[in-house]
Design a protein around this ligand. Sequence first.
Ligand SMILES: NC(=O)c1ccc[n+]([C@@H]2O[C@H](COP(=O)([O-])OP(=O)(O)OC[C@H]3O[C@@H](n4cnc5c(N)ncnc54)[C@H](OP(=O)(O)O)[C@@H]3O)[C@@H](O)[C@H]2O)c1
Length: 319
Amino acid sequence: MSTILITGGHSGIGLKCVRQLAAQGIDLVLAGRNPTHLELAASSIRSGAGVKVAIVEMDVSSLVSVRKGAAQCRQMIESGSISGLQAILCNAGATFRGDATYTEDGFELTFATNYLGHFLLVQLLIDSLEGDGRVVFTASGTHDPDTADGKFIGRAVRPDAFALAKTGLDGGKPLPGGTRYTTSKLCTVLHAYELDRRLKVAGLSISSIAYDPGAIAETGLLRDLPGPARALIGSPPVRWLMRRMGLTLGDLTQSGHALADLATGKDFGSGRYYQWKDGVLGETRSATMSYDEELAQALWRDSKTLAGVSPDEEPDCLK
Ligand SMILES: NC(=O)c1ccc[n+]([C@@H]2O[C@H](COP(=O)([O-])OP(=O)(O)OC[C@H]3O[C@@H](n4cnc5c(N)ncnc54)[C@H](OP(=O)(O)O)[C@@H]3O)[C@@H](O)[C@H]2O)c1
């Protein structure tokens, strides 16, 4: 028996993914910030598929909460109530329009939610993964400033972790919400690749993969838009137009199932970027900046400082 931990698995793409994993007989840990929502999803999966589904309260925008949630996962593994982890799916994410707002740790909310919390989670749980385990990061095609996806809501800027975390600024200029989102996703892809390189140097067979599910209007990601605007974005004429503009369109169910495939399938390489596009899950190039190893190393080093990863917490394999 194996277990997969996912953030944001009680809704949207994550929920489609976990239903597919449960149908394969895989036990689950759903991590999220609202226990009522988590339990609703968990109980419907348990009764439908007969697998174990544990829930862990975790607000990924809060370092304290990520630490508590990771400790709870470790305790469940040590007590034998769940098996060791086959995969960690860093899937939770959100967009925040308007002016930047800050978490209790003092970090810009988009950077903290989409990137920094998951960075810490991986540090804390990588050594709970099985030998051939996997980390999959739900990124976004919008991370690439040179594509239509990347230009659509605001081109990602070259990430400087301290500037992004502390001020949400780029060279003293406030970043709009779209750019904060796309830049946090660029950080996610850089993280996935740097993790892969470090795992390889350590001689481990754990894989690290980045994923773009494509644009999907029916999830909660656009929840702060008025209902009619969301319906319009999801309508066939607008989807046709978006495709004509060169945007990568996802499909809620199939993009969720593709995330499940990435978590368990055999044919996916570590340190790669996969995209769900036109009904096919395929490997593709990510942003030019995402291959910049110096940038990735600086982001890793600064993220460790920002997340307050202590020498005791730092896993040996990632030192
Ligand atoms: N939909 C798209 O077009 C699209 C395209 C590319 C990439 N993505 C990425 O796909 C992933 C899943 O998004 P989705 O489209 O399925 O939207 P969604 O339905 O809103 O799912 C996002 C999930 O993240 C969780 N989450 C948000 N903030 C959190 C926090 N601080 N702590 C813990 N959990 C938190 C949400 O939980 P709550 O219910 O508590 O808010 C929710 O379960 C995200 O990373 C998103 O960026 C989406």
